[in-house]
Design a protein around this ligand. Structure first.
Ligand code: PLP
Length: 367
């Protein structure tokens, strides 16, 4: 039996007719850019998250960049974010001319550690970007109170956590602005690149929409230099088809995660879930001894796995110039050699899950 890390085609098969006709409708109406399909999806997604405004953009990295620019972030500013996120988060910060300041993560939940955020705050700090990594919400109570105490903005990176909740409230509603990615493998994925900015702030909604569309208000009234970063109509129509299924997909992924945990908790470190959160399970990440050998063994048995991420951002070649030391980020440094993402997608069968857990047990001699 072969098991992929994620099988996008199997999800498409369950909604093929709806998707195919949604794509045909966009072509029939030639509504490729900023048309009615975009307006419809933006309305639906804002309502799903529980915010006033949603602005579709070309991808999640642009969502972060446009959000930061619209908040006036630029050279001389420092923005705090997680050391163990995807590079898009820090790229967007650095693109504005500001400096990304990396902070280590919590050893059991893997989200940014609020105690370490406090130590990273300087007079230049303008904002914190918590990342709801793997679909697990960051500790928004502590981050919000730190932000309030130090007069910092919160911009949420929700690229991995569509539908996750913290104390009964959806993530994406805690920051002044929040950024989503619809990269195909994300919990809500398009059939190409896509992203969105959400906010309750009317003025920011106008600014970000203009920034994403050449700084224009009217057709050729460019009030400032923006960028070209729009969600295209075909992607918007596809996302409108998929959104109503998102909660049931998350519920299935949660059930798969419970089954994994039930089978594996005595053998490897299985993911913990904080009280009062709804984990969206973008990824199911274990910590395993002899991780690389286990990964090879699973691969030899047809089971794909991933590592999210093999190198914490401060130690990537892109940030070599900063000369960070391992002892500045002890938790991420330890995690990088132990984390392993197991296959997870809502169409997986229980049989596949038992096949995977059987092999993990076998590897450790625990059958
Ligand atoms: C995927 C991702 C992004 C960027 O999204 P793209 O749509 O690929 O540009 C940003 N942050 C995190 C944490 C991500 O996982």
């Amino acid at each position: 039996m072969k098991v992929k890390l994620i099988d996008l085609y199997s999800q498409y098969s369950t909604i093929q007719n709806e998707i195919d006709s949604a794509i045909q409708n966009v072509i029939r109406d030639s509504a490729y850019i900023n048309g009615p399909f975009n307006e419809k999806f933006e309305r639906e997604f804002a309502s799903y998250i529980g915010v006033r405004h949603c602005i579709g953009v070309a991808n999640g990295t642009d969502a972060l960049y446009i959000a930061l620019r619209s908040l006036g972030i630029g050279p001389g500013d420092e923005i705090i974010t997680a050391a163990n996120t995807f590079i898009a988060t820090s790229e967007a910060i650095q693109l504005t001319g500001a400096r990304a300041v990396f902070v280590d993560c919590n050893p059991t939940l893997y989200t940014i550690d609020p105690k370490k955020i406090e130590r990273a705050i300087t007079p230049r700090t303008k904002a914190i970007i918590p990342v709801h990594l793997y679909g697990h919400p960051a500790n928004m109570d502590e981050i919000s109170s730190l932000a309030k105490k130090n007069n910092l903005m919160i911009i949420e990176d929700v690229a991995q956590a569509h539908g996750a909740e913290y104390k009964g409230k959806k993530v994406g509603t805690f920051g002044i602005i929040s950024c989503f990615s619809f990269f195909p493998g994300k919990n809500l994925g398009a059939y190409g690149d896509g992203g969105a900015i959400v906010t309750d702030d009317d003025e920011l909604a106008v600014k970000t929409r203009m920034c994403a569309n050449h700084g224009r208000r009217g057709k050729y009234e460019h009030e400032f230099e923006g960028v070209n970063s729009r969600l295209d109509g075909i992607q918007a129509a596809i996302l409108s088809v998929k959104l109503p299924y998102l909660d049931s997909w998350i519920e299935r992924k949660k059930a798969i995660a419970s089954l994994y945990t039930q089978e594996l908790q005595d053998i490897v470190e299985t993911p913990l879930i904080d009280e009062d959160v709804r984990h969206a399970f973008h990824l199911y990440v274990i910590r395993a001894k002899q991780r690389d050998e286990l990964r090879t063994y699973l691969s030899e048995n047809g089971i794909d796995t991933g590592i999210h991420y093999p190198t914490p951002l401060p130690f990537l070649p892109a940030y070599k110039y900063r000369n960070h030391r391992y002892d500045e980020f002890p938790v991420c440094v330890q995690l990088k050699d132990e984390i392993l993402s197991l296959p997870l997608y809502s169409e997986m069968t229980d049989e596949q899950i038992y096949w995977i857990t059987y092999h993990i047990k076998k590897f450790y001699g625990k059958n």
